[in-house]
Ligand binder design. Sequence first.
Ligand SMILES: NC(=O)c1ccc[n+]([C@@H]2O[C@H](COP(=O)([O-])OP(=O)(O)OC[C@H]3O[C@@H](n4cnc5c(N)ncnc54)[C@H](OP(=O)(O)O)[C@@H]3O)[C@@H](O)[C@H]2O)c1
Length: 274
Amino acid sequence: MRNWVLITGCSTGIGRALVPLCREAGWGVVATARNSAALADLPPGEDLRILPLDVTDAASIAAAAAACADLRLKALVNNAGYGQVGPLELLRPEELRAQFETNVIGLQAVTNAFLPLLRREPSPRILQVASMLGRLSIPLAGPYNASKHAVVALAETLRLEIGREVAVVLVEPGAIRTAFRDTLARAWGDLPERARGTRYEAVIARHLALRKDQAERFAMDAEACARRMLRALNAERPPRRVIIGRDAFWVGRLKALMPAPWWEWLMRRAYGLR
Ligand SMILES: NC(=O)c1ccc[n+]([C@@H]2O[C@H](COP(=O)([O-])OP(=O)(O)OC[C@H]3O[C@@H](n4cnc5c(N)ncnc54)[C@H](OP(=O)(O)O)[C@@H]3O)[C@@H](O)[C@H]2O)c1
């Protein structure tokens, strides 16, 4: 009887990279995506179940949980998420709300729905995918920063509440090469137009021109990131935190050690917000 792991957001990126690695390691994988047709190219097998799952849709979550009732579900990876960007004062409330619906409320709703199944197995585990931006904030990414800080807080609280029964692992990647930055580009929406004539116009133009290239240059492969997550999934005693990437490690250290005014100067300078 194999152990199963359910992964959210497997259409692309880290979630997609994790599916074959888990299968190679002997896990059965419930691969999920909003549009399950995006998973049709995964090689079929007894160790794979494909399900539609939109983390913002309660009916979709309940249906996915019901469809896993016959499995020995030992692990859950809450990976689905996207980045909403934009200067806070230009942001529409619905943009902030949508960011939290997916990255925070969806993540907790999926966790709650699958906990009864996880609890049936010995040594169950949940991987909550946060970000290095769950520990520090950068300009122009307020909604995303806030959502990932919330993921950290929810995971730390959950660990205090049920950590002795279910291991709760915070995954904190730095920049990973995935579709994330393309989604991010779409998430700008009409913000550049909204910024016209404001102090953010030049900052946004510069950011759009430079950021993707810079981030991609230092980014880690999705597969390397997924390998680190697999190690936590397989661990006899799963770690509390998995910090992935040199940037996540060193920038986090720098923020902790630097006096706040220096850190803020550095951030403003990096984003042309002087
Ligand atoms: N890439 C990075 O640099 C980085 C760094 C730190 C943390 N992370 C985190 O890592 C996780 C995975 O991101 P990624 O880099 O692999 O980006 P990605 O390639 O854009 O993948 C994101 C996945 O989340 C899914 N998703 C979005 N909204 C959803 C919803 N409502 N319900 C179900 N699935 C949904 C997407 O599905 P669709 O195809 O349907 O949109 C996609 O499968 C995210 O939580 C992200 O915040 C990424």
